[in-house]
Design a protein around this ligand. Structure first.
Ligand code: ADP
Ligand code: MG
Length: 393
């Protein structure tokens, strides 16, 4: 890939700079419930303000099909202003009359937030007219939303084709850190994968398995793999549609590098207060479901991670949200942060687990882009990144 242009490659002083940020935060009772993403976006916004830019911020929030007052960015504008210590004006629409009016009144250093990009049906279709309207608001474009870079939308690709464009430091860090995992890395190279579904991670399993020395599998996806390998996994969550794909990975050339759990914490129902016990995965009782890797597996995984020079971890080992099923994720997290090697952790829920454990600042890189990060590691081109490397005429 050609070099990614950064903020220093853009002329921003006095200019109107459109920042595609990721302000897709959880809301509760009309308030921002977790402002982690807003804090992250403030780096780029503040840096552009310091350089004398007029900063126009765009983001999606949730998945509305057109305007939806429940998903207005109003609470986000309020919290962003509070955290940043400067006013953030919310435009009344995405790129219409209201946005134009609000932007026309901006002075250098001002910050305007456009309304939820998904209020425009053209956003997810990468509609050229919407891209044009967005481009007319600004002189330059900055991508800060790595987590949206795998989607070719009007605010991530269409508008970036029409303006001088650059990646924010956050995006540059993501590309650099994840890029290291695809280059020559220190060995042993160990990948730990968990989480809900094999289907969302099969691509990354297939892409990384040939490169790694060991791949540790936990989470619900371990039971799909165990089932495909002929184990009886009781009532565990199994993706039947993944059976043959899982089997070919297990039986494939690199299948021997896959480590599946030897024991599991099983529960008699899917609930925080379910009855639970540790069993061997060779002997899972009928009617019980695996909700965490067991202690023997957790120790074995921690040992493999402890010997690694390079570690990529994506996906919790169990239902860490519930305390009785957190130990496997906690043990893996401890082993990862104890490593002196390169440690990269990705996935929204994995990041949440690390934060819950108070370990989120102890890895080399905590990726903010879930799906985008996985596609990057699969070796796929991310349209929102590709467009930044293309020269504009
Ligand atoms: P990430 O966002 O880090 O990529 P995923 O979205 O793939 O992770 O999966 C996270 C979810 O998987 C968590 O909410 C967790 O509760 C769930 N999970 C993990 N292990 C199991 C399991 N054994 N059974 C059911 N759900 C599980
Ligand atoms: Mg998730």
């Amino acid at each position: 890939m050609t070099r990614l242009p950064g903020l220093d490659d853009l002329e921003v002083e006095g200019k109107k700079v459109l920042v595609r940020a990721d302000l897709n935060v959880p809301l509760e009772d009309g308030e921002v419930a977790d402002d982690f993403r807003l804090r992250a976006a403030l780096d780029t916004i503040s840096s552009l303000r310091r350089r004398g830019a007029r900063v126009i911020v765009a983001s999606h929030l949730g998945r509305p099909d057109g305007p939806d007052p429940e998903l207005s960015l109003a609470p986000v504008a309020a919290r962003l202003s509070e955290l940043g210590g400067f006013p953030v004006r919310l435009a009344g629409d995405v790129a219409g009359i209201e946005a134009k009016k609000t932007v026309a009144g901006m002075e250098p250093g001002d910050v305007v937030l456009l309304e939820n990009t998904r209020f425009e049906s053209g956003e997810t279709k990468n509609d050229p007219e919407l891209a044009e309207s967005l481009a007319r608001l600004a002189d330059a474009y900055v991508l800060d939303a790595f987590g949206s870079a795998h989607r070719a939308h009007a605010s991530t690709v269409g508008v970036a084709e029409l303006l001088p464009a650059a990646a924010s430091p956050l995006v540059q860090q993501e590309v650099e850190a994840l890029g290291r995992l695809l280059a020559d890395v220190g060995q042993p190279y160990v990948v730990a994968l968990g989480g809900a579904k094999v289907s969302s991670k099969l691509g990354v399993i297939e892409a990384l398995l040939p490169r790694v020395d060991a791949m540790l599998i936990g989470g619900a996806m371990a039971f799909t793999l165990l089932a495909a390998d002929g184990y009886d996994v009781g009532s565990s969550k199994v993706e039947d549609s993944m059976n043959s794909a899982a089997r070919s990975v297990l039986r494939g050339e690199h299948g021997g590098k896959l480590f599946l759990p030897s024991d599991a914490v099983v529960a008699d129902r899917f609930a925080a207060d379910a009855r639970h016990k540790v069993v061997s995965t060779r002997d899972m009782p009928d009617g019980w479901m695996g909700l965490d890797i067991g202690p023997e597996t957790a120790e074995a995984f921690a040992g493999v991670i402890g010997n690694a020079e390079t570690i990529f971890w994506n996906g919790p080992m169990g239902v860490f949200e519930w305390e009785p099923f957190r130990a496997g994720t906690a043990r893996v997290a401890e082993a990862v942060v104890a490593s002196d090697g390169l440690t990269v952790v990705g996935g929204g829920d994995t990041a949440a687990a690390l934060k819950l454990l108070g370990l989120d600042d102890q890895v080399t890189h905590l990726s903010t882009g879930g799906g985008a990060g996985l596609e990057f590691l699969e070796g796929k081109a991310l349209p929102g990144i590709e467009v930044l490397t293309r020269r504009k005429s």
